[in-house]
Ligand binder design. Structure first.
Ligand SMILES: NC(=O)c1ccc[n+]([C@@H]2O[C@H](COP(=O)([O-])OP(=O)(O)OC[C@H]3O[C@@H](n4cnc5c(N)ncnc54)[C@H](O)[C@@H]3O)[C@@H](O)[C@H]2O)c1
Length: 326
C-alpha cells in the first residue's frame, strides 16, 4: 500500500481529504493543532480519522525540519499533500508572524523533503485569494496574479513560485490547487457559514461586509476532495523538457450573492438574521468566480453540489455536533 503524508490533517479540508485517502492508502497525518480556532473541533476530527487502521497521526509543527525529516525517512512517502497553513485573509493583516513561519518556512521544509525523498507528486493548497487585485470576472489559471491584496495571498503566491522552482530545477512533480471558499460539515469556525449559523441561532447580529454587495464561488467540501484526490493520482510528467508543474482552480464555477447565501441559511434555520451592515474590509475581495475548465480537461472535474444541498448538510451537521434542537 502506498503512503501519503498529509499536513494539516486535523484541519477542515485535511480531515475530509484523509477520510477519502484512507480507503486506498496508508495516510500519515501531520498537524500541530494550532489554536487559531477551537482545538476541540480539530481533536474531534482526529478522533474520527483515528478509528481507521490506515491512518497514523503525528502532532508536529511543519517548521520543525528535523522531526519532519524523521517522518519522511521512516515512511518514505509516495505522495505528499501540504494543506497545513495559517489560513484566513483578515487575520494576516494584524498578525503576520505565523503566516510567514508556517506558510513560507514550513512550506519550504515540506517541499525540500519531498524532493530529497523523491516523492512522486507534491500537491499543495494555494488559494483563490491569489487573484486578489484581478478585475476580470472569471478567474483563470493563466491570469497574471502578481498583485496580492493580503499577506495571506502573498504567501500562497510565493508557494506557487517556490514549487515552480523545484519542478524546474529538480523535476519534482508539483501541483498547486487554488481552492475557492470551501464549506461543508466540520467547516472552519472563522468562516462565514459557520459564523452566520452560530450567530443566527444565538440571536446575535451577523456582520455583513461591503453592505452585502459581494459574491463568492462557494465550493462544497466533497467536490474539493474529489478534485484533490484525482489530481494527486495524475501528476504532470516531465518529458520533452516540460517542467512538471501545474496550477488548477478548484471551485464550483458558480457565483452566489452573499445576500442569497444568507437567505438560504435563514430558510434552513427558519430564523431571520439580524444584520450589521459593514464597509468593505481591508484585504478582502468583492467577488470570486472560478473557471474550472482546466481541471475538467485534466481529470474530468465536474462539481456536483449547490448551496441548497451544501448549506443543508452543514446545518444538519452543526445542529447534531452542538446538540442543538431548534
Ligand atoms: N477553507 C477554504 O475556503 C480555503 C480556501 C483557499 C485555500 N485554503 C487552504 O487550504 C488549506 C486547508 O485549509 P482549511 O480550511 O482546512 O484550514 P484549517 O485551518 O482547518 O486547516 C489547516 C490545518 O493546518 C494546521 N497547521 C497550521 N499551522 C501548522 C504548522 N505550523 N504545522 C502543522 N500544522 C499546522 C492547523 O492546526 C489546521 O488544522 C490551507 O492551506 C488553506 O490556506 C482553504
Amino acid at each position: 500500500m502506498k503512503t501519503v503524508i498529509v499536513t494539516g490533517a486535523a484541519g477542515f479540508i485535511g480531515m475530509h481529504t484523509c477520510l477519502k485517502l484512507i480507503k486506498n492508502y496508508k495516510v500519515i497525518g501531520i498537524d500541530n493543532l494550532s489554536s487559531y480556532y477551537d482545538v476541540k473541533l480539530k481533536k474531534k476530527r482526529l478522533q474520527i480519522l483515528k478509528q481507521h487502521k490506515n491512518f497514523y497521526f503525528k502532532k508536529l509543527d511543519i517548521c520543525n525540519n528535523k522531526k519532519l525529516e524523521v517522518i519522511f525517512k521512516k515512511n518514505n512517502p509516495y505522495f505528499v499533500i501540504n494543506l497545513a497553513a495559517v489560513a484566513g485573509v483578515r487575520h494576516s493583516l494584524i498578525n503576520p508572524g505565523p503566516y510567514i513561519q508556517t506558510n513560507l518556512v514550513g512550506f519550504a521544509n515540506i517541499i525540500h523533503l519531498s524532493k530529497l525523498y523523491k516523492v512522486k507528486h507534491f500537491v499543495y493548497a494555494s488559494s483563490s485569494s491569489v487573484y486578489g487585485g484581478n478585475t476580470k470576472k472569471i478567474a483563470e489559471e493563466k491570469d497574471v496574479v502578481d498583485k496580492p491584496v493580503s499577506l495571506y495571498a502573498a504567501t500562497k503566491k510565493s508557494n506557487e513560485l517556490i514549487a515552480f522552482n523545484y519542478s524546474k530545477l529538480f523535476s519534482l512533480p508539483t501541483t498547486g490547487l487554488r481552492f475557492f471558499t470551501v464549506y461543508g460539515p466540520w467547516g472552519r469556525p472563522d468562516m462565514a457559514l459557520f459564523m452566520f449559523v452560530d450567530s443566527i441561532i444565538k440571536g446575535k447580529k451577523i456582520e455583513v461586509f461591503n453592505r452585502g454587495k459581494m459574491s463568492r464561488d462557494f465550493t462544497y467540501i466533497d467536490d474539493i476532495v474529489e478534485g484533490v484526490v484525482n489530481v494527486l493520482k495524475k501528476p504532470t510528467i516531465s518529458k520533452n523538457k516540460k517542467t512538471p508543474y501545474s496550477i488548477f482552480n478548484i471551485g464550483s464555477g458558480k457565483s452566489v450573492k452573499l445576500m442569497d447565501f444568507i437567505k438560504e441559511i435563514e430558510k434552513n434555520l427558519k430564523i431571520l438574521s439580524k444584520k450589521k451592515l459593514m464597509p468593505m474590509q481591508l484585504g478582502d475581495v468583492k467577488r470570486s468566480l472560478s473557471s474550472v475548465n482546466k481541471l475538467y480537461k485534466w481529470v474530468g472535474y465536474s462539481p456536483k453540489f449547490n448551496i441548497k444541498i451544501g448549506i443543508r448538510n452543514f446545518v444538519d451537521w452543526y445542529l447534531k455536533y452542538y446538540k442543538i434542537k431548534l
